[in-house]
Design a binder for this molecule. Structure first.
Ligand code: GDP
Ligand code: MN
Length: 388
């Protein structure tokens, strides 16, 4: 779950990282009022979940009310690479002596948190990595011990931070690490981390992504999702406690177990189809749960055909078939064809139950490949033989 800059800054402030106070607004009038209250110069900043806002005209300094109005007008509604600006963040403009870069993320390969620091901030960090890799300090952290102040001082020193701000930078790194670990973030990035002429170290920007699966541990962060930009079906799935990820194709996918669902996506793609979603129905064969999952899949109007891929283990295929039959008797499938692949424990019985039930538009399949080919054909409007 990605946070807007101002939300990231709220988390920074909570952990003692220095940021400028400001105001989030959604109208020109509120922007001007906020700017007047904060005092000029102010910076007017587009709040969208994409970087490079400065270059796109989404970050502007205003010296007086007229400029604040002009910038708020030009930035609200601006389309920054597909992200429409609906919220502005107004803060008192900072004077900048240097722009550094700092981030904390999980290095999956090393299975450890990674702190990155550079004195070449303010620009795309990928550019620094490509042209001056030696100017990027990368340091793994023992996740049980956390980032110590001593390590942070070493990172700041090695990275070439100005002598007089090494302690300030180290404090910022320790606080950033705390944001990352205590808020269950997957990324906490500051670009630029500035040094002011008064030699204060401060976060001028914030890019924070929180781990959605850990949100239950942070009820206070649950309101931070950018619901205006969130997929409505994903939001509904989250509310209903279903593992659902929206994708861009037209074939609805449902399986039991995340690994099976992922391989189903692959098999469908290999058969030339485009999955519309990832949905893990988990274990169990409860008709109400199956119904809920099917309803979520069909809420996506792009879906032209659905593939149910069930591998029976502890949950037996005949039980799943019964759940399916009960769910379908209570469902409006809107004429959308379903391919149901049942394999594993009691699969023969399960397929027989399905065949007997003669559910309209339901096509049983035996193997995953067969099921994938059938569903791709059905989504393309081709016949695949008589439904069971
Ligand atoms: P991004 O382009 O989306 O990364 O947005 P940033 O928040 O990083 O802002 C882009 C650039 O605008 C920064 O690198 C700064 O150079 C400049 N900028 C942002 N805020 C201020 C400010 O308060 N004062 C000054 N002088 N420049 C700022
Ligand atoms: Mn930035």
């Amino acid at each position: 779950m990605d946070l807007l800059e101002y939300q990231g800054k709220q988390l920074f402030a909570k952990h003692g990282l220095s940021v400028s106070a400001g105001s989030a607004v959604t109208s020109v009038e509120d922007a001007v009022a906020a700017a007047n209250e904060i005092g000029y110069p102010v910076v007017v900043k587009a709040q969208v979940l994409i970087g490079g806002r400065g270059k796109a005209g989404g970050v502007k300094l205003a010296d007086d009310e007229a400029q604040a109005r002009e910038h708020a007008q030009s930035i609200l509604g601006l389309d920054i690479r597909g992200h429409i600006v609906r919220t502005l963040w107004i803060e008192h403009a900072s004077d900048i002596a240097s722009e550094y870069y700092a981030s904390v993320l999980l290095d999956r390969q090393a299975k450890q948190p990674l702190v990155i620091f550079s004195v070449e901030g303010g620009v795309e960090i990928e550019e620094v990595a490509a042209s001056h890799p030696e100017k990027l300090i990368r340091r793994h952290v023992d996740s049980l011990a956390g980032l110590s102040r001593r390590e942070a001082i070493e990172i700041a020193t090695e990275g070439g931070a100005d002598e007089d701000v090494i302690e300030g930078v180290a404090d910022a790194l320790v606080a950033l690490y705390e944001v990352w670990s205590e808020e269950d973030a997957t990324l906490a990035e500051i670009n630029p981390l500035i040094v002011t002429p008064a030699r204060e170290v401060k976060a001028l920007d914030a890019k924070v992504s929180l781990d959605g699966n850990a949100l239950y541990r942070h009820p206070e962060n649950q309101g931070l999702s950018d619901s205006a930009n969130e997929d409505p079906i994903e939001r509904r799935a989250k509310e209903e406690g279903v593992q659902y990820v929206a994708l861009e194709g037209d074939i609805g996918i449902l399986g039991n177990g995340a690994g099976l669902v992922m391989s189903t996506l692959d098999v469908v793609a290999q058969a030339g189809g485009r999955p519309a979603n990832f949905l893990d129905a988990g274990g169990g064969s409860d008709a109400a749960k199956i119904k809920q999952a099917v309803e979520l899949i069909l809420a996506n109007e792009s879906v032209k055909a659905v593939l149910f891929n069930i591998f029976g283990g502890i949950t037996r295929c005949d039980e799943v078939a019964k759940g399916l039959i009960a769910a379908f008797s209570d469902l409006d499938t809107q004429g959308i064809p379903f391919v149901v692949r049942l394999d594993g424990t009691n699969d023969v019985q399960g397929r027989e139950l399905l065949a007997q039930a003669k559910l309209p538009g339901v096509h049983p399949a035996k193997t995953m490949n067969e099921a994938a080919e059938m569903v791709v054909a059905l989504a393309a409007g081709k016949p695949v033989g008589a439904p069971a």
